[in-house]
Write a protein that binds this ligand. Structure first.
Ligand SMILES: [Ca+2]
Ligand SMILES: [Ca+2]
Length: 384
């Protein structure tokens, strides 16, 4: 009896300093493990202050990432070859619903965050090493999953994360750390809004396989489709807030995304004033188009998806993106199913400048691979 009390007290005492040390520590491997265990135990409801809220979002997102990695591994072991089957549909729908709900919870916490100076947590992402797929081992790709690439390195590829340790030593800044500020909160919020929007978009539709001769897409949830439009629109608006918030920063210490004057940052890309201007122009054109204040009218000689879209509407019409979401019919067979969103060009409803801007940016990029426009696509990947 006495022995068990002693052990219990000893345990309690030894736990106390660990717990306080674990509170929102994202600068060491042990710290983040303990912090996130604490957050999980509190079912991600531990949010008494700004630090707890940041901690909750990071830990909950990592838990979601683990869940996805485990789900993908499970799919590899037990692949369902027939992706048109009802089984596959409900399995995928269940997973995307879970992703949407988790992103929704984190998004709401981020929306409620307004950081005052120095309320931001210090983050050292290369220390965040987890067994993501739950196979009991931390493999090389898992060890470096959160590590940040060095400036000037090729920041993106669509291939699987590398499993070669030397690759990370060479190309990654494994000492990178930064202190979160309100601009960075907007950065995270915009990503959450976009991804939650895409999850809603996917969930609005279903492959209709009842008619075996031709496959078509059925819209099954109009409310989810409206949420997708609203969330992606909010993502653009937040991205613009982030741009303005970054430009307004006057300090220069432990930064994540830098403004043109800040030098002390660990972001893989430096952004000059010109890049900020291009970003601002693209954003404002995109927001106007997204909200149906302009229409997408593409020259009929354009190729690709845009060209096909252009031919769909009459010569004096353009595609109204807001109508695309609001008036969506039940069935989509081919690109002509989108005709319902064609709108007459009038004095009030002008064509968007976005196609010309994109074409000009690509053209300048072709002539000068160092031009900021050419790098814009890379910026888009990192900066949203
Ligand atoms: Ca693993
Ligand atoms: Ca900053």
């Amino acid at each position: 009896m006495l022995k068990s009390i002693l052990i219990a007290t000893g345990l309690g005492l030894s736990l106390v300093p660990n717990l306080s040390k674990a509170q929102n520590n994202f600068s060491s491997g042990e710290g983040i493990q303990q912090t996130c265990q604490l957050q999980a135990k509190a079912s991600y409801k531990l949010a008494k202050n700004a630090a707890d809220k940041q901690s909750q979002v990071i830990c909950r997102d990592i838990a979601l990432l683990k869940q996805i990695a485990q789900w993908v591994d499970q799919m590899k072991v037990n692949p369902n070859k027939d992706f048109t089957s009802k089984d596959f549909d409900s399995m995928l729908r269940k997973e995307i619903t879970l992703i949407r709900n988790e992103l929704n919870a984190s998004r709401q916490v981020l929306e409620s965050l307004q950081l005052k100076p120095n309320e931001g947590l210090m983050l050292e992402p290369a220390q965040w090493q987890f067994d993501l797929n739950g196979d009991g081992k931390i493999q090389t790709w898992e060890k470096y999953f959160f590590a940040i690439v060095k400036p000037g390195e090729r920041a993106w590829s669509l291939s699987m994360p590398s499993d070669d340790a030397a690759y990370y030593q060479q190309h990654f800044n494994l000492e990178a750390k930064f202190q979160v500020d309100q601009s960075d909160v907007y950065w995270a919020l915009a990503y959450h809004q976009f991804f939650e929007g895409f999850a809603n978009l996917i969930l609005s539709f279903q492959l209709d396989t009842n008619n075996r001769r031709s496959m078509r897409i059925k819209m099954i949830d109009s409310a989810s489709l409206q949420r997708a439009h609203a969330l992606i629109g909010s993502g653009f608006a937040t991205s613009n807030k982030m741009r303005l918030s970054l430009l307004a920063e006057t300090d220069d210490k432990d930064e994540w995304i830098p403004n043109p004057k800040q030098k002390n940052h660990v972001f893989p890309l430096a952004m000059d004033q010109e890049a900020f201007d291009i970003w601002g122009n693209f954003l404002s054109e995109t927001i106007t188009l997204w909200n149906g204040k302009t229409v997408l009218a593409v020259p009929t000689n354009a190729g690709g998806v845009l060209g096909a879209g252009a031919k769909m509407c009459a010569a004096d019409e353009g595609l109204n993106v807001a109508q695309l979401f609001k008036k969506a019919p039940t069935y989509f067979d081919n690109v002509n199913s989108l005709k319902y969103a064609c709108a007459k060009i009038t004095a009030e409803l002008q064509p968007s400048k976005l196609p010309e801007m994109a074409a000009a940016a690509l053209e300048r990029g072709r002539n000068n691979p160092k031009s900021p426009e050419w790098h814009f696509l890379r910026y888009f990947y990192w900066v949203n």
